[in-house]
Design a protein around this ligand. Structure first.
Ligand code: PLP
Ligand code: LYS
Length: 433
């Protein structure tokens, strides 16, 4: 499989090895050490522009609210803010981050199950663009908080349309039984209630049916349901001016036939395009995944009996990149040295040093015969990569680097190991001195 063919940001140079946006990754790995996340600002920009273009070409004016959860580094947010993106946030922390990156409150949408009173108050006080309410209780609580502080919340109701996004079970969000959104059958009654509640300025509807969606069909089905609801509510005389179509557009990690942004734009145009609405999407993965790689070094090799893949033990692990162990996700792996350095390939299993048998980054993968000390890139880790890291096994968070136009800079230092216990304290009664 030629991993480089469909990845315009990556090239193999006969001398410098693997290049990301023209920068030799060996240079970064050697200077910064591994594990190390690298984000390509050029890729973030190119993808954001391509996404927007797909909608403009369809004559649709779309607001892009980048889903911070995919990659919330301030440098990434700064690039996307420069590209005109607003933000979709799911916690008070993400809301503060978006503001810290200079994103205007009016361009921020707050989604998410289980917003606390403190988080709703923050959203009210910052006067953010929209709160996507996910339950009856949340709506009433928000009204109460808004009225008590003489503020008004611009609200959309997040609809659970009972549509199967046909993606991994753990990242589906729009089926009956998923915790997200309001059961679509209950939405009209709640919309009516919302239009009478003090402190609530009900604007419209939102939906998000899941992530890594690989077919336009579930998008179309969900948006058709929303469109029907918009028409029904308007027939009752209620005002519906906004539909937030959520995120979820999938990418090619291995050999998936991921739909192009034009397919998403088409699904939206067909179902909602004629309804005179302010339309928005909340893309995360599609923008960020191919804009990041995780660099790691081979610590050790462990040969296995005939018929079992040998182990390649690297210094990145499931605590850095959780996706393979959490979802069985597949990420491409390429050694950083020029191709010429390797004569053979063999099936190998790439694992990290964490004390869990699930700490497998790639199983039975046909890879060049790497040696101890060789460096590798784990591809398409720009979304749901660094953000999902933990410090399990007292492993400090990895360094992060951003590159653009041939320049590169460390944007987060490798965490100091002492910082891991820096906030611990020992109860007085144990402190014998
Ligand atoms: C409400 C909401 N919007 C947007 C996203 C971003 O999804 P994706 O990264 O698949 O585009 C998510 C995550 O699944 C989400 O929960
Ligand atoms: N963390 C998931 C995506 C979840 C999206 C949030 N609802 C992944 O890595 O694929």
């Amino acid at each position: 499989m030629n991993l480089l063919a469909s990845r315009p940001s990556l090239h193999m140079d006969g001398q410098d090895g693997l290049l990301f946006e023209g920068v030799p990754l060996q240079t970064i790995a050697s200077a910064v050490g591994t594990p190390c996340w690298v984000t390509g600002a050029g890729t973030l920009r190119r993808r954001t522009r391509n996404l927007r273009k797909a909608f403009t070409e369809r004559g649709i004016d779309i607001s892009l609210h980048y889903a911070l959860k995919a990659n919330d580094h301030l440098a990434t947010l700064t690039v996307l803010h420069q590209e005109g993106c607003g933000a979709d946030v799911v916690s008070g922390g993400e809301l503060r981050r978006a503001l810290a990156a200079g994103i205007s409150p009016s361009q921020i949408v707050f989604s998410g199950v289980g917003k606390t009173d403190a988080e709703l108050m923050l959203a009210l006080q910052e006067d953010i663009g929209q709160i996507n309410v996910e339950s009856v209780e949340e709506l009433r609580r928000l009204s109460h908080l808004a009225r008590a502080s003489s503020l008004t919340a611009r609200v959309a109701l997040r609809v659970n349309p009972h549509i199967d996004a046909e993606t991994h079970d753990k990242i589906s969000t729009g089926r009956l039984g998923d915790k997200f959104g309001i059961d679509w059958a209950d939405v009209p009654a709640l919309y009516r209630e919302a239009s009478t509640l003090p402190g609530i300025d009900i604007r419209g509807l939102a939906t998000h049916i899941g992530s890594q969606i690989l077919s336009p069909a579930p998008f179309k089905a969900a948006y058709a349901r929303i469109a029907e609801m918009v028409v029904g509510l308007r027939e009752e005389g209620l005002s519906v001016s906004v539909v937030d179509c959520g995120g979820g557009l999938g990418v090619r990690y291995r050999d998936e036939l991921a739909p192009p942004p034009a397919a998403l734009a088409g699904a939206i145009a067909e179902t909602l395009g004629h309804l005179d609405l302010k339309l928005a999407i909340e893309p995360g993965r599609w923008i960020a995944a191919p804009a990041g790689v995780l660099l790691a070094s081979v610590i050790d090799l462990k040969a296995q009996r005939e018929g079992i893949s040998d182990f390649v033990i690297v210094d990145a692990a499931m605590n850095d990149l959780a996706r393979p162990s959490l979802y069985g996700a597949w990420h491409g792996i390429i050694p950083l040295a020029p191709d010429l350095a390797y004569a053979e390939t063999a099936p190998q299993t790439v694992v990290g040093p964490v004390c869990e048998s699930s700490d497998v980054l790639a199983k039975d993968r046909l890879l060049p015969a790497v040696r101890t000390g060789d460096q590798i890139a784990i591809l398409d880790t720009g979304a749901y990569g660094a953000v999902m890291s933990s410090t399990y096994n007292s492993r400090p968070l990895a360094a992060q680097v951003m590159i653009e136009n041939g320049q590169w800079q460390v944007v987060r230092k490798r965490q100091r190991v002492e910082a891991l216990w820096g906030d611990d304290s020992i109860p007085e009664w144990l402190d014998s001195e």
